[in-house]
Design a protein around this ligand. Structure first.
Ligand code: URA
Length: 432
């Protein structure tokens, strides 16, 4: 296959055939095409777009690029959860064990951070010993034993997504509706659940800031999932300000543990419960949404979700005691203080996400190491009344330069005014 011809066709806005996409996915997975040609193809897709049927062909090609997991011995309904990515979005760490605690099985494939958004795998990598790359045989054992896992796309499972995802992260081709749809649904199809609950973020910190584009993405994800015979619920949720009070890998694991221990962390508990409830209802575990919400609330409050989380982490090699006792590498910390009295009207999730990246929590090149301890703590949430000098944020970094760069970025992400901001609903729309 002449790869240059395929790039030229996409550059000129032509459609590739399903067999072309299958070949591209195989070539990407097998290292048969150099990254610079794949990057050129991704940029052509980004600029020219793809219609739904071509997007679906790529989705199927990603799903079929490795083994498609099946779960013959699992007698619970299989539900998967995914997010299009946000800032402070640690919800998978709560929702996955919560769903499992409520009686479904959750085989979840996640990714690393994309752009300014944090990735579930980077967060879990902050736990000493945690392994995300597991063989299908290990995944089967873990799912049977604990009811859930969170693993990564790998050389054997959705390998084409692993390659394209990492390239997109460093080639400014992340926020493409066809590419996001194919990446998410392709991974979900490879993981083999029957019901998907997808948190589609909208607002400054989301991949798609505008609500109409986020809604379009939600419709495509749902349509692609249903075309593949799956049930899919999309929850379009607010991402204008960071979720919760922690942004950064280890910081977010700590916050997820707090929610699993019963703490009412702003937005994190509420949205986790709603996503879990939507998944339980869609999977037929509860007769209606009210019963599903009650089931989810009980699973969180009686400690069973936390127990499942601990079992899942241990089954994947992670050591939560070592995590609790770890030594922090971030020798440099500084507060960003209110420059005057007033209401905190804006705390820009995009700016906070970028600042956490500058502090060391993100990557600029595919092979960059992330600093698990770097990040931003949010002391004041939008709507807080501030007096001059009150702390709004605390930044943690392991190098002084990184700390300074993050603080500089953050100074542009805050607005203080005379009036409190209008409340923003956490959930914008549910496509069920
Ligand atoms: N999550 C994914 O898995 N893929 C994307 O493209 C965006 C978010």
């Amino acid at each position: 296959m002449d790869f240059q011809r395929l790039i030229a066709a996409k550059r000129d806005g032509k459609r590739l055939r399903p067999q072309d996409w299958r070949w591209i996915a195989e070539a990407a997975s097998g290292g048969l095409v150099p990254p610079y040609q794949l990057a050129a193809l991704l940029m052509a897709v980004y600029l020219r777009g793809m219609d739904f049927s071509e997007t679906y062909a790529l989705t199927e090609a990603i799903a079929g690029s490795g083994e498609r997991l099946t779960w013959p011995g699992v007698d619970r309904p299989l539900v998967d959860k995914h997010s299009t990515g946000g800032v402070g979005d640690k919800l998978s760490l709560v929702v996955v064990p919560l769903l499992a605690a409520c009686g479904v099985a959750v085989p979840k494939l996640s990714g690393r951070g994309l752009g300014h958004t944090g990735g579930t795998l980077d967060k879990l990598a902050a736990i000493p010993g945690y392994r995300a790359e597991l063989s299908p045989e290990e995944l089967r054992r873990i799912l049977t034993r604990t009811g859930c896992f969170i693993a990564g796309h790998s050389r054997r499972i959705a390998p084409a997504d692993a390659v394209l995802y990492h390239l997109r992260d460093v080639t400014a081709t992340v926020d493409s509706i066809p590419l996001v749809t194919a990446s998410i649904v392709g991974k979900k199809l490879a993981a083999g659940a029957d019901t998907f609950v997808i948190d589609v973020k909208t607002g400054r910190g989301a991949l798609f800031a505008s609500q109409p584009r986020a809604l379009r993405l939600a419709r495509w994800i749902k349509r692609a999932s249903e075309k593949a015979g799956k049930t899919c619920v999309c929850v379009v949720s607010e991402m204008g300000a960071p979720l919760g009070r922690r942004v950064g890998n280890a910081l977010e694991v700590e916050e997820a543990l707090a929610v699993l221990a019963g703490e009412d962390v702003p937005e994190v508990r509420e949205l986790s419960l709603e996503l879990a409830a939507q998944g339980l209802k869609a999977a037929g575990i509860a007769p209606g949404i009210t019963a599903a919400r009650e089931l989810a609330r009980r699973g969180l409050d009686d400690g069973s979700a936390r127990e499942v989380f601990e079992q899942m982490i241990a089954a994947q090699g992670g050591d939560l005691d070592a995590f609790a006792k770890r030594k922090r590498s971030t020798a440099y910390s500084a507060e960003l203080k209110a420059p005057r009295d007033g209401w905190l009207r804006r705390l820009d999730a995009l700016v906070v996400g970028r600042a956490a990246g500058l502090a060391g929590a993100g990557r600029t090149l595919t092979d960059d190491e992330v600093d698990p301890e770097a990040g931003v703590e949010i002391i004041a949430k939008p709507g807080s009344r501030l007096t001059k000098g009150d702390p709004i944020l605390v930044v943690h970094a392991s190098e002084e330069d990184k700390l300074r760069a993050a603080l500089k970025e953050l100074s542009g992400g805050i607005t203080i005014g005379e009036e409190p901001p209008a409340p923003r609903p956490l959930i914008r729309k549910i496509l069920s």
